[in-house]
Structure formats: C-alpha cells, structure tokens
Design a protein around this ligand. Structure first.
Ligand code: SF4
Length: 279
C-alpha cells in the first residue's frame, strides 16, 4: 500500500525560502493556481522515460543523467530486450554493456553504475528494487532525484523530483530561492499536499521543456503568466512566443496535441509512437 513521505528537516539543509513580501498563505494560493493551470494545460503529463517495472525505471533514470529522455528510451529498448532484469544485467559483459550505453554519454561511468546497481539488487534485495527512499539512495548511481522518480512513478509514493527544469521553474515561480535541489524539494513540499507532489513534478517538467525554457522562455504563450513573478523574462509577444514552443505545442504539431488531449490515458504510448515516426 502506498504511503506518502513527509520530507521533514534534512541534515545540512538551510533555512527555508527567504522572506519576501508575499505571505506563506498567499504563496500557497498562487502556487496552487499555477498547478491547476498546468494541470489544465497538460492533462496528459506523465513520466517521459519508458519503463515496465521498477528495475527498468531505476536503470533508465540513472542513464538519463546529462542526456535526453528520448535518447534514453531508444537505448533502453535495446538494453532491456538483452538484459530484462537485475540478475541478467548483473551478469552482463561490461564491454557489451558499454557498447549499448555509449549513445547516452558518460557511458563508462554509467556501465559501472548499472552493473554495480544490478549486483547490489541481486545480493541484497533478491533482484528486486526496494521501495524505500533510505534504501534507494544507497544504490550505486542513485541519488535523491532518481529515488524520488522511482518512488513516485513505480511505487505510487508521492515524491517531488527536482531536476534542472523543476529547479529553474520553482525559482522563476518564486516557490524557492535555493539552487540546492534538496532545499528546493523541501520548499516546494511545504506549498502542496503530498498527493499532488508526483503529478506536480511531471507538469512542471513538461512546462519547462515546452514553454519555460532555460534561455528563451515563451512568456507570451504561457498559461501561467498571470501568476508568474518572472513574466517578461522571455518573449512576451504572443506570435513570437508561440514560435518558441516545443514538442506537441510547437507550430505544426496540432494533430499530435489533439490526439494527446483526446486520449490522455494513452499519452505515453502516443508519445512513443510519435517519437518512432521521427527521422
Ligand atoms: S511567464 Fe515566462 S518565466 Fe513565467 S512560467 Fe511562463 S514562460 Fe516561464
């Protein structure tokens, strides 16, 4: 049975977000307006890494460091066909594994981590991925971000996943001022109910990839512009901003967007099909 986790204070974590003119109550209200608007904009938001079980998700998340989910999904398709579980992966020939993982970058370190991770799972957890944060973070290559992805998506335990997109947007929204992912997680956790954490993470990451980009945020085409203190950081002209949108929101992707909105329950499948059609 899934249970929520209360972040609580972590050792070494600084005091929460700095004081601003906005009260905590007003900040919570604004944060929830943003979450609602994102939910309406992205009813099809989901984990963008493909997986069928906790083992596949933990490996895919380890591989996703410094590369795109699209690329990881291409690689894991081959990887899991060859090594379907922790036991098979733990017995893999390192050179063969390196060759498969090469496109994801940092492939030597990733090969080492995936092998060590699989061995630990076989030796200590009977080949299964543990469903507790404190166990997950002790696995090779698994940090707090990966552990939260696995808990939230493979075990149904609410978790906030602070990747580069989430951290950037949380700061732009004024939900935190911290650059430290753990502090960001604690600051944002204070603003939402645990039941919202996992989907909030997906929606914010979706928004970061499609609209609120690192260098050129499309403020003029942004569904949360009314509640964002950083409005104006990017292009505010609606027509110019629309050209900056990506993936299913990009100009020319109307058919894909329509399909995702019509079949939200099949969103991951539709996305996979659309990626397969890419040259
Ligand atoms: S208004 Fe601009 S800065 Fe704020 S979330 Fe939207 S795109 Fe990002």
């Amino acid at each position: 049975m899934a249970t929520s986790r209360t972040p609580g204070a972590a050792p070494g974590v600084a005091a929460p977000r700095q004081a601003s003119a906005e009260s905590l109550l007003a900040l919570k209200r604004r944060a929830r307006r943003i979450n609602k608007a994102l939910a309406e904009k992205y009813p099809y938001a989901h984990a963008e890494l493909d997986f069928r079980n906790p083992f596949e998700l933990v490996v895919a998340t380890v591989l996703s460091a410094q590369t795109t989910d699209v690329l990881v999904n291409q690689v894991t398709k081959i990887l899991f066909a060859r090594y379907p579980d922790a036991r098979a992966m733990s017995e893999a020939d390192p050179a063969e594994l390196e060759a498969i993982l090469q496109p994801t970058g940092f492939f030597r370190a990733k090969t080492k981590n995936v092998l060590a991770l699989s061995n630990r799972l076989v030796d200590e957890y009977n080949g299964e991925v543990p469903g507790r944060l404190e166990d997950l973070v002790t696995l090779p290559g698994v940090g707090r971000k990966t552990a939260n992805v696995v808990l939230g998506n493979a075990f149904g335990v609410p978790g906030i996943t602070v990747d580069t997109h989430f951290g950037r947007l949380a700061r732009r929204f004024g939900w935190t001022q911290s650059e430290d992912p753990v502090q960001v997680e604690f600051d944002v956790a204070e603003l939402f109910e645990p039941r919202d954490w996992t989907m909030l993470s997906h929606r914010v990451v979706f928004h970061g990839r499609r609209v609120c980009h690192s260098r050129k945020p499309a403020c003029g085409a942004c569904p949360v512009a009314n509640w964002c203190p950083s409005y104006g950081l990017g292009e505010t002209d609606p027509l110019k901003a629309a050209k900056l949108l990506k993936y299913e929101l990009a100009p020319g992707s109307e058919a894909l967007l329509e399909q995702l909105l019509a079949e939200t329950h099949r969103a991951a499948e539709i996305r996979m099909e659309s990626q397969r059609r890419l040259p």
